[in-house]
Ligand binder design. Structure first.
Ligand SMILES: CC(C)(COP(=O)(O)OP(=O)(O)OC[C@H]1O[C@@H](n2cnc3c(N)ncnc32)[C@H](O)[C@@H]1OP(=O)(O)O)[C@@H](O)C(=O)NCCC(=O)NCCS
Length: 140
């Protein structure tokens, strides 16, 4: 298994992995053009894991100049529990650290107990004092 930055050419394989992965929610922000724009705005902070030439894991990481945000951490079912998820997170955190971002957040669906167990196991703090709110910029 090896890690490398996620490139625009990986978008199709990454989307296929996400579509096959319960726990990953997809939206208009995951259309290929939108993902290419995300990568252009956040160069070098998102990663893929490859095994025998196959894309087996992803993490999308970006920041707004103040805090980082992790999206779409996913590992292929047959490759789980071998440390790939942890390695992808460490790669993303290192990339943020190099850009002087000292904290990042992530969202987990409330019914994703395995995802929550993973984040707790790797040292993430569950923010029980916060609720997440969202606003659309287009339907107002
Ligand atoms: C969550 C996910 C990315 C973990 O990837 P992974 O490569 O299997 O994780 P790792 O092997 O690095 O696991 C690191 C540690 O996390 C914990 N962990 C991982 N998966 C777990 C699970 N299903 N249940 C409980 N603990 C788990 C373990 O402590 C594990 O260490 P161990 O294997 O030595 O016990 C993977 O299960 C996945 O793709 N899930 C679906 C998508 C998802 O839920 N993404 C996260 C929400 S944003």
């Amino acid at each position: 298994m090896s890690l490398r930055p996620l490139r625009p050419e990986d978008i199709a394989a990454a989307r296929a992995l996400w579509q096959a992965t319960p726990g990953v929610g997809l939206s208009a922000a995951d259309e290929p053009q939108a993902l290419a724009a995300f990568l252009a705005r956040n160069p070098g902070t998102s990663f893929v894991a490859e095994s025998e030439g196959r894309l087996v894991g992803t993490i999308l990481v970006g920041h707004d100049g103040r805090r980082g945000l992790i999206h779409h951490l996913a590992v292929a079912v047959d490759q789980r529990r071998t440390g790939i998820g942890r390695a992808l997170v460490e790669a993303g955190l290192s990339a943020l650290r190099r850009q002087h971002i000292d904290k990042c957040h992530l969202m987990v669906f409330a019914d994703n107990a395995e995802g929550a167990a993973f984040w707790s196991a790797i040292g993430a703090t569950r923010r029980t004092e916060l609720n997440l709110f969202s606003l659309s910029t287009t339907s107002r």
